[in-house]
Design a protein around this ligand. Structure first.
Ligand code: SF4
Length: 347
């Protein structure tokens, strides 16, 4: 196949979206934007990006930010491990690199939360280093361009596709080339529905277009089924507010706040009351009300939630818990999206 970069770059320079991390592609900006965009659309991520940078304008500020503030800045984006890794990496960058991301692919790759793709994006876009940055958009474009039915979810296939991506990369514009491929995948060679081949600068080279197979590509291995997990919540309200429990600092939703709950168990109201009493909670005399059932999907687990709402007398919070007023819940505590179905009751 002839080199795609001249036609691709020409298209990119004329058609790319003006985005703040493109206008000012400093390493911190590109890093932050790529982490935010991992599970979030550009239009949804932009307000978060602006707000985050206004609060934490550089890596040293990120490194010393308080945990609650950091979670609050991320609230609504989900996948909180991303922001915790951002901060862990920022602290390492301050200790080892004077607060500036290193201009070195392997050193970037070694930082928490930075994989091949993000290291490649920062290295190529911010530092002009000729390395690949292959995300789902790029895999889709190449799978169609070469009409290759290999499953892009397989590491060996991704490696082979990455080698092809690099065969076309111009050494003098690696960042623009990588961004152009991502942009083509986002705007033209789109994932859902038919690609807009009539607008594609690579249409004359595209094997899938010629074969009429674009809609069947890329091929992916079937995902592993999610584990279904019952969860029982106890939403307790006293004159001081709602009882929040902090999750452990490791694992799912690490360090975030939640109503008191039990994972892996669907408990009847009587059992919930007994467990609350065992925690030292005065459950009072009000009858428990059933909470509506709700579901939340994490990448590998699906929570099926049920539980009770209970009005209890004023009292101290049990160990690991706090009473939070509605105002404090708005301003200080981050309630993960998993509890979205119950937000209306709480806030
Ligand atoms: S011609 Fe169509 S299928 Fe081929 S790369 Fe372009 S948009 Fe994708």
């Amino acid at each position: 196949m002839e080199n795609i970069s001249p036609a691709l770059l020409d298209w990119f320079y004329k058609n790319h979206r003006i985005l703040p991390f493109r206008t000012d592609p400093s390493p911190y900006h590109v890093w932050l934007s790529e982490i935010m965009l991992q599970q979030t659309r550009v239009s949804a991520a932009l307000p978060y990006y602006e707000r985050f940078l206004a609060a934490l304008p550089d890596i040293p500020a990120l490194a010393v930010c308080e945990e609650e503030k950091l979670h609050k800045l991320w609230e609504g984006l989900g996948y909180y491990s991303r922001v915790r890794n951002l901060q862990k990496a920022a602290r390492i960058v301050c200790e080892q690199y004077g607060g500036q991301l290193p201009a070195d692919y392997d050193a970037l790759r070694a930082l928490p939360g930075i994989g091949d793709y993000t290291a490649g994006a920062v290295a190529s876009i911010s530092f002009g280093i000729p390395v690949p940055a292959v995300d789902g958009n790029v895999l889709r474009v190449f799978s169609r361009l070469y009409n290759d039915p290999a499953a892009v979810t397989e590491p060996a296939v991704k490696k082979a596709f990455t080698a092809r991506v690099m065969e076309h990369q111009p050494p003098d514009a690696p960042g623009d080339y990588n961004q152009a491929l991502m942009e083509l995948g986002a705007l033209v060679c789109v994932p859902n529905g038919a690609p807009l081949c009539e607008k594609c600068p690579l249409a004359h080279l595209c094997a899938a277009r010629a074969a009429g197979t674009a809609l069947e590509l890329p091929r992916k291995a079937a995902p592993k089924p999610r584990r279904l997990q019952p969860v029982t919540l106890a939403l307790l309200e006293s004159p001081a507010g709602f009882l929040l429990q902090q999750r452990p600092q490791k694992g799912l939703l690490a360090g975030l706040w939640q109503p008191v709950l039990w994972e892996g168990e669907a408990l009847a109201a009587g059992e919930v009351l007994a467990r609350l009493q065992a925690m030292g909670v005065d459950t009072g005399t009000a009858a428990p009300e059933a909470l509506p059932a709700a579901k939340h999907i994490f990448s590998h687990i699906e929570w099926h939630m049920n539980g009770i709402l209970l009005h209890v007398p004023a009292q101290d919070a049990p160990a690991g818990c706090v009473w939070a007023s509605r105002e404090a819940l708005q301003a200080e505590y981050t309630l993960p999206g998993a509890f979205k179905a119950y937000r209306k009751l709480i806030i």
